[in-house]
Write a protein that binds this ligand. Structure first.
Ligand SMILES: *Cc1c(COP(=O)(O)O)cnc(C)c1O
Length: 373
């Protein structure tokens, strides 16, 4: 097979160095504000960022925590469900969606995904509901919103709690409204590689419910209502001031960077040979924010190697569904999830970030189009 890209420079999945160059001055200023103050936790930066993030989404309350995983964990913990009660979610996701359920002694019930978006197949949710079902946690995977209208209908019909795992979907929209505002609670991650990443770990819980918000403010801070007065058992999980200051800068760029991602996806869509690979779709009622650009092929391993030989980085999101992970295999019984298992064998994430040049995209596409078995 001929090598198309000969340069030593890799075309990488993400490119945080280039992002930094674009905002370097503002970042230094923001971090310096915190250093000058020497106030590192639960201060002004966090308060302002929480307000700005709420305003951006169109939600009432945002509560900064230490990670997306903690956001999910605290979201479920605050609801005080009984051990063994059930949470409907997907197996084709990052592990911490399901860890949050297990760590709350609740039972994950997996529903298969739809083959085109790899999001939860909403038509299969009702048959998974039992008298123990309390929560649905859909994941807006890769940045493509789930079918929220139908989910909200099901939530209302069965009186369930809806928690959006929006960790991959900052700024994504469903019917022109931002995801993270449809459920009772939404969880965001600011892991560095996400569309909006901190310089370390970070996360956010979002809700319109004042009582829930008040619980979250306390539960991320040892259940403390005033200094050394603890109303319930919480944890230590706070978005620190340096991260909040950095994220305030990045929030200003999020829309613009998401638009670049969408533009890149459009170019990929026209450049890639649709007989070679399946390209991602965008349903007409959503705004996809392409945290990842995920193609599919039966020859995934071979194509991945072919791209690596040409200095093009790829990753697999995700190679092993949660229900087949070593940690989970003997813990939960589940019915078979054929669409999930098929997807895990075929998906491949190719370079996607706002700093890819048109030249980069042409090279990646040409390398893929030239691939043959
Ligand atoms: C990143 C991610 C999380 C966890 O976020 P962390 O901040 O890394 O803890 C949870 N769910 C999904 C779908 C994610 O992509």
């Amino acid at each position: 097979m001929k090598k198309i890209q000969n340069s030593d420079t890799e075309i990488s999945l993400i490119n945080l160095k280039k992002e930094f160059k674009e905002i370097e001055f503002e970042i230094h200023k923001a971090i310096n504000r915190v250093l000058e103050k020497q106030w590192f936790l639960l201060g002004e930066e966090l308060q302002n960022f929480q307000k700005e993030f709420s305003k951006y989404l169109g939600a009432k309350y945002s509560i900064g925590v230490n990670s997306g995983s903690d956001a999910l964990y605290l979201a479920l913990k605050s609801l005080n469900f009984k051990e063994g009660e059930e949470v409907i979610t997907v197996s084709h996701t990052f592990i911490s969606t399901v860890d949050a359920i297990m760590r709350n002694n609740l039972k994950p019930v997996f529903v298969d995904i739809e083959p085109d978006t790899c999001n939860v197949d909403v038509s299969k949710i009702e048959e998974a509901i039992t008298n123990k079902t309390r929560v649905i946690i859909p994941v807006h995977l890769y940045g493509h919103p789930v079918d929220l209208n139908h989910l909200v209908e099901i939530k209302n019909k069965y009186d369930l709690i809806l928690i959006e795992d929006a960790c991959q979907a900052h700024g994504a929209e469903y019917n022109k409204r931002k995801v993270g505002t449809f459920g009772d609670i939404a969880c965001f991650s600011f892991y560095p590689s996400k569309n909006m990443g901190a310089y370390g770990d970070g996360g956010m819980i979002v809700t319109n419910d004042e009582d829930l918000a008040n619980r979250f403010y306390l539960s991320r801070n040892y259940g403390q209502s005033k200094k050394y007065y603890h109303d319930f058992i919480g944890i230590n999980s706070r978005l620190n001031e340096i991260q909040a200051a950095v994220l305030r800068v990045k929030l200003k760029y999020l829309e613009q960077w998401n638009e670049k991602r969408r533009h890149i996806a459009k170019l990929y869509n026209t450049l890639l040979d649709k007989n070679k690979v399946l390209i991602p779709i965008e349903k007409d009622y959503v705004k996809h924010v392409y945290y990842l650009y995920v193609i599919r092929t039966k020859f995934r391993e071979e194509l991945k190697e072919h791209l690596a030989r040409n200095n093009i980085q790829t990753l697999i999101h995700y190679p092993i569904p949660v229900h087949l992970q070593l940690a989970y295999k003997n813990l939960i019984e589940t019915q078979s999830l054929p669409v999930t298992e098929q997807a895990s064998k075929e998906v491949l994430s190719i370079p996607m970030n706002p700093w890819l040049s048109e030249g980069d995209l042409r090279i990646v596409s040409e390398v893929i189009n030239n691939f043959s078995m």
